[in-house]
Design a protein around this ligand. Structure first.
Ligand code: C2E
Ligand code: CA
Ligand code: CA
Ligand code: CA
Length: 381
């Protein structure tokens, strides 16, 4: 998928085919190759000793490191190979695949073009995890994702002033999979980039539709992963999406976690300035869970601070959480930032936040994240 996304289907398919041919050229007729997905192959070597397997792996690495020339373009790929043997896992095919995958992941960490044998002590992922990744690669083209919206409510007027877009995956083979499970996987595999772009496009299109239907204009917030944020052409991509969907920039907000902006701070300062120049809003998500101080964050241009759920929990009876939240609201206001509390579940939490002059809230107490049509109902009632 990543190959096809970045090159267009025809060149992508041609590359995959050429890759497969080069692999097959390294094997004996009795060996077999299974294509698991566009980027992963399983090779089964019959009657091979460990050192023969190593020799084949090296041959495959060498062959695949020769640049591919497709439609006049030179393409370089990086290969990681994991090897396991039947003696390690007897005839348990599931286990063999998982061990090879664990070895492959170890190889991947060695900056590419590398093979590794499975060794006991390597973390063998669950088969579920392995299938999840394989399915995730096809989920976008199979339209298995949906965007849900959770209202952001003003603590002054009680009205809905915005929405956070949260992705939902209804996998045809594995059922509902939580973003907590698949977002990290999508980040590891790079799939998060097309995914976040799909979410942003869907959300901007939806926000524009609501405006055209004469619903009160809302600010819609999209979560951005670190990988997406650090793409060099992020600003151009956001600009393009806004142009295509005809949404005015002030209605789009990006939520970035504290840990994302704390990586590579010089580049982050520049990027946030670029995004602010576009006219969009920036929120710092999960605030308080990283290790940054507000005075440090002063260097970054952003508009909103989202206090993490863990501080909001039991705020009315947990005196430590209450003290931390109060201080965060106070400091944010001193820096002219808007503050929103997430994960508000009870009336007493809400009352506490109101008393501390927190600006907005979001949480199950008001509404869970819901599909777009249900969100519209919340707007009109
Ligand atoms: P987050 O950005 O911190 O999102 C808030 C999470 O808290 C959401 O979980 C939301 O459903 C949940 N939540 C909201 N109100 C309450 C409440 O009152 N109580 C409790 N217990 N939970 C509440 P969800 O939807 O499972 O998303 C989890 C995380 O996955 C998000 O955390 C975000 O980091 C990530 N994520 C979700 N959608 C996207 C996306 O489109 N792109 C990216 N890059 N990440 C996403
Ligand atoms: Ca968020
Ligand atoms: Ca959050
Ligand atoms: Ca979070």
């Amino acid at each position: 998928n990543r190959i096809n996304d970045s090159m267009g289907y025809q060149v992508g398919d041609l590359l995959i085919q050429t890759m497969a041919e080069r692999i097959v050229a390294c094997l004996q007729p009795i060996d077999s190759v299974i294509r698991l997905n566009p980027e992963q192959f399983i090779v089964i070597l019959s009657h091979s000793e460990q050192n023969q397997a190593a020799a084949v792996a090296q041959l495959v690495l060498d062959r695949l490191s020769i640049p591919f020339v497709l439609e006049g373009q030179e393409i370089f790929i990086t290969t990681s190979i994991g090897i396991t043997t039947r003696s390690d896992a007897a005839d348990n095919v599931d286990l063999l695949i998982k061990q090879a995958d664990a070895a492959m992941q170890t190889a991947q960490k060695q900056s590419g073009n590398h093979y590794e044998f499975y060794a006991s002590g390597m973390t063998v992922g669950s088969l579920n995890q392995f299938l999840l990744e394989a399915n995730l690669r096809h989920a976008l083209e199979r339209s298995e994702f949906q965007v849900y919206y959770q209202p952001k409510v003003s603590l002054v007027t009680g009205e809905i002033v915005g929405a956070e877009a949260l992705i939902r995956w209804f996998s045809s083979s594995q059922g509902f999979v939580s973003p907590v499970e698949f977002i990290p996987l999508a980040e590891e595999t790079g799939l998060i980039v097309p995914l976040d772009e799909w979410v942003m496009t869907t959300v901007c299109t939806q926000a524009k539709q609501w405006q055209l239907a004469d619903l009160p204009p809302l600010q819609v917030a999209v979560n951005l992963s670190g990988l997406q944020f650090h793409q060099t052409d992020l600003t151009e991509r956001v600009t393009q999406i806004l142009q295509r969907t005809e949404l005015e920039p002030q209605y789009l907000e990006l939520e970035l976690t504290e840990s994302v902006i704390m990586q590579n701070t010089d580049a982050t300062i520049k990027k946030l300035d670029q995004l602010k120049t576009l006219g969009i809003q920036i929120a710092i998500d999960d605030f308080g869970t990283g290790y940054s101080s507000l005075s440090y964050l002063k260097q970054f241009s952003f508009d909103t601070l989202k206090i993490d759920r863990c501080f909001v929990q039991n705020i009315s009876c947990d005196s430590k959480n209450a003290a931390i939240t109060t201080a965060m609201i106070q400091m944010a206001h001193d820096l002219d930032l808007k503050v929103i509390a997430e994960g508000v579940e009870t009336n007493s939490e809400l009352a506490f936040l109101q008393q501390q002059a927190c600006d907005e809230m979001q949480g199950y107490f008001f509404s869970r994240p819901v599909p777009a049509p249900e969100f519209e109902q919340l707007l009109v009632t």
